[in-house]
Design a protein around this ligand. Sequence first.
Ligand code: SF4
Ligand code: SF4
Length: 125
Amino acid sequence: MNECKECGACTNACPLNEYDENYIVYKIFFGPEKDFKLWTRCCSCFLCEENCPYGLNPREEIFKIRRNSDRSNIPPRIIKYYENIKRTGFVFNIDEYVNEERIEYGLVKLNLDRIKSEVNKLFNI
Ligand code: SF4
Ligand code: SF4
């Protein structure tokens, strides 16, 4: 985004800045692809786009980098999260052991086969 004037309006508007003062929105899309923050922070709220006085769209830039990244540039932990989602529908790993724990806490047992079949349909596997 060559037109970026680095004025910081996007960062001031970003809700994540309240929790991580080092999350500088415009530096994310100028930074390295392997930056963990590029992959974990933006929740697509559009506030940066609404507040950029120059009509730029930092959110779209962040997503463009994510979409076009080569797999080797994606942090391994993020790949693991995606694989978990594709396999179980959850970011974290879900297996029978999790179900045993759920029962212990009085929670409903997850139907892992049904979840897997629905996730497969979503990903068209
Ligand atoms: S608000 Fe716009 S011009 Fe200012 S730093 Fe963010 S993207 Fe760049
Ligand atoms: S769209 Fe992403 S980068 Fe932009 S303000 Fe929202 S969370 Fe921050």
